[in-house]
Design a protein around this ligand. Structure first.
Ligand SMILES: *Cc1c(COP(=O)(O)O)cnc(C)c1O
Length: 405
């Protein structure tokens, strides 16, 4: 009977916490997409210019990717039937992994169900409690969860502060445990690029393992979207590269690239690999087609960067705080518009939506208290007219609300 569960006292503490969020103004409802993920689409029945998706290259609905998925379903069905280690490794899974390894110029690759499980499953399995994780304070939640699960000692360095990371490494230099330095290639809420090259120097100087999470760099940075390691020319210096198939690649999944032994080890010890079913063949086929497109349609990446430069320049010209003074400036298609107060940010986001622009408000705990922001993401598929219309709306609503003076 509907209704009876919400009358039980067992989960009342959750209701109380939700009430608190409502009071703070940071409670949200899920926006529901009625049609296809695209630069202009319909959420909750309203047509909006979409500045919120991670669909950087417009691949989520690309005809070649759709076709690949449909073909795979016809050939292999809709599910893999088991976890990879029992009976759920299909030829197509191996094919994708080999393709990614070649693309990234590494020995081997393993695909996980998501970028989240790739990070959490890797960090948690390769270290133990006598070891150390030296982690940027803005690293993604999946790295933090993996670090906690590993039971290693977690040392957090100030955002992109390489000398702080070195201080930590010096302090623990005489400790017997292994050290892992880990950074996002592109930070997901600020859009700035991690100092991968300088952290590689540190890793080499102190004998630490080097790991990069390239979720927002995959398909965006480097030649044909090869990621931050390629962007910095750090091939052969990063022991573990994580990427996602869920953002620019347009489908779902995460991958880990590295040495053959690293990947073999993950087969044996990474818990999401061992205990959760592998991708359906359609998802895998989609990803294979996406990597082909990165090579055959590099103009998508060029358009993405053209749009990014244009949008940033216009926003900055209007007087928006898009980082630079209060945070390191974004250097990528992720452009945060700093507002500060959480409640005001959410109001701004709602007003933008009503005016036809979908731009997500992000507040505590996703970003620090007082650093609430509207997060915009550019894609290669936005037209200049769409961008101009979005910019005009952003400026008009911000002036009306006093966010712009
Ligand atoms: C999105 C994201 C992930 C998770 O990737 P999914 O494939 O969506 O699970 C991991 N790390 C970073 C930095 C991300 O932004």
């Amino acid at each position: 009977m509907p209704g009876t569960l919400s009358e039980r006292p067992q989960l009342q503490h959750l209701t109380a916490q939700l009430d608190e969020l409502k009071q703070k103004g940071t409670y949200f409802r899920l926006r529901v997409l009625d049609d296809v993920q695209a630069p202009v689409c319909t959420y909750d029945g309203k047509r909006v210019i979409n500045l919120a998706s991670n669909n950087y290259l417009g691949l989520t609905a690309h005809p070649k990717l759709r076709e690949a998925a449909i073909e795979a379903i016809k050939m292999y069905g809709v599910g893999s039937g088991a976890v990879r280690t029992i009976a759920g490794t299909m030829k197509i899974h191996m094919e994708l992994e080999e393709k990614i390894a070649r693309f990234k110029n590494v020995e081997a690759c393993v695909v996980f169900q998501s970028g989240f499980t790739a990070n959490a499953g890797t960090v948690s399995s390769i270290l133990g409690k006598e070891d150390f994780i030296i982690s940027d304070e803005l690293n993604h939640a999946s790295i933090i969860d993996g670090a906690r699960l590993s039971r290693a000692k977690i040392k957090v360095f100030r955002h992109k502060d390489v000398s702080h990371a070195e201080e930590i490494l010096k302090e623990i230099a005489s400790e017997p445990g292994r050290k892992l330095i880990i950074t996002d290639g592109v930070f997901s809420m600020d859009g700035d690029i991690g100092p991968v090259d300088q952290l590689c120097d540190l890793a080499e100087k102190y004998g630490a393992i080097m790991m990069v999470d390239d979720a927002h760099a995959s398909g965006v940075l480097g030649r044909n979207g090869r990621g931050s390691v390629d962007h910095f020319g750090c091939h052969g210096r990063v022991d573990i590269q994580v990427g996602t198939l869920s953002k620019a690649i347009g489908a779902l999944g995460g991958y880990v690239c590295g040495s053959r032994d690293l990947i073999d080890f993950l087969y044996h010890r990474a818990r999401p690999f061992l205990f959760s079913t592998s991708h359906p063949p359609s998802v895998t086929a989609t990803c294979i087609a996406a990597f082909d497109l990165l090579e055959s349609e590099p103009e998508r990446i060029e358009r993405l960067w053209d749009n990014t430069r244009y949008f940033k320049a216009e926003l900055g010209g209007m007087g928006f705080d898009i980082g630079g003074l209060t945070t390191p400036a974004s250097e990528t298609p992720i452009t945060p518009i700093l507002v500060g107060d959480g409640k005001r940010t959410m109001e701004f986001s709602r007003a933008l939506f009503d005016a036809g622009v979908m731009a997500t408000g992000i507040a505590f705990p996703t970003v620090p208290e007082g650093k609430a922001r509207i997060r915009t993401i550019m894609t290669s598929e936005h037209t200049r007219e769409q961008l101009d219309q979005a910019l005009e709306t952003l400026e008009r609503i911000a002036r009306k609300m006093g966010i712009l003076g």
